[in-house]
Design a binder for this molecule. Sequence first.
Ligand SMILES: Cc1cc2nc3c(=O)[nH]c(=O)nc-3n(C[C@H](O)[C@H](O)[C@H](O)COP(=O)(O)O)c2cc1C
Length: 436
Amino acid sequence: MKFMGFREYINQIDEEGLLRKVEIEVSKNLEIPGILKEIEPTPVMFNHVRESEFRVIGNVFCTKNVIASYFGVTPADLIPMLSKAISERSEPEVVSRAPCQEVIESGVDLDNLPILFHCEKDGGNYISSAVVITRDPDYGQNMDFHRAMQFSKGKFSTRIVRGRHFHKFLEKNGELDVAFCIGNTPNILIAGATSVDIGVDELQIANALEPIKVVKASSVDLLIPAEAEFILEGRVYLEEKHSEGPFVDLTETYDTIREEPVFEVKKITHRKDAIWQALLPGALEHKILMGMPREPTIFNKVKEAGVKCLDVNVNPGGCSWLHAIVQIDKKTEEDGKKAIFGTFTGHRSCKHVFIVDKDINIYDPLSVEWAMATRFQGDTRMIVKNKEPGSSLDPSAEPSSKLTTKIGFDLTKPLVVKGKSFDIAEFPKVDLNKYF
Ligand SMILES: Cc1cc2nc3c(=O)[nH]c(=O)nc-3n(C[C@H](O)[C@H](O)[C@H](O)COP(=O)(O)O)c2cc1C
């Protein structure tokens, strides 16, 4: 299998003419995020950042197509690929010298890093692209994502949702060594976003997706991705809290201010001429990374419900979290409803699910809406589940309890057609070159 680090990937998209470059000086405060949002999903490198010696790159992995092409597969191959990597995890190779430690800074001054200030009402400069590695004496290493808001030259407050494995480790230990790793490839990013059993080291999932090398961090006893651009090592304290937020969440709305654990940075290492990976909150890249790891879990639960599942799209229009579009090969009239229940089991935060036939393009919202318009009847093909625990991200869920009403829409056509045909009429295929 090929091995391609973040740096090689950037060089490759540059050679292919897919990377835009900004040579004029730009600010990490609002300007870089504004440009990235305007030009999304095109990757952009900022070669001169006013406040920092380091370059910034953003919009690197914004679409399923880009991620699939990184792995050399098609988007439909991603679900089986990720399922296989979760079940057939493998140990990364441990090396003693690594690019992420080419430079070991003698002191810590976060103001020297291009930590972006994204939107006007944000509570501070934020790291949003870091995978966070930590270790519990019994469970071993864990890797997930935690945004971090800078509030001094050496400290962040970091959002750790209750129930996350990192939160469980923190409750058990009170404080923990951590490594925030920035500048990563999709195997590491996707693995960090998966929710697997406690005790599973997600770096092994990353390695099964595409082999990686790991190295011992310079000041803490953790194995970190050797090819990363920056590593921020230090300690997170459960009881030492600082306000965190406001910050834009997955739904593109503002999350509230909370008291969250402090992350004290004790050591910074990086590559020579390191590149800072930006990841816009709530934007396409954030969405794709959140939604994609839920697709195999939905796929498997729909299959377990006895339905032939063909593909799943936790689509960006549904914030890549609250909606799922599930394509099935319908064999019985009950399959649509079984697939609805399977989806809600496979993804607890899902609020609306749409079940479609194999002739519907689940990546095209127009095609799914067409199925709803022509194949759906609300009295017989809809399942309403009143007031169930939903997503904390949904602004419309009940604010204190997060209770929400979930709905499943069976947009499949009946197996026995009584009236008009449900099929799209086909026009003849022609070769346009013959005429123009
Ligand atoms: C880009 C991105 C940002 C995220 N930010 C946070 C965050 O700030 N806090 C948090 O608790 N989870 C965040 N998550 C979600 C978790 O990292 C993710 O659900 C992870 O799978 C949880 O891992 P665990 O199963 O090991 O607990 C984020 C996910 C992504 C993809």
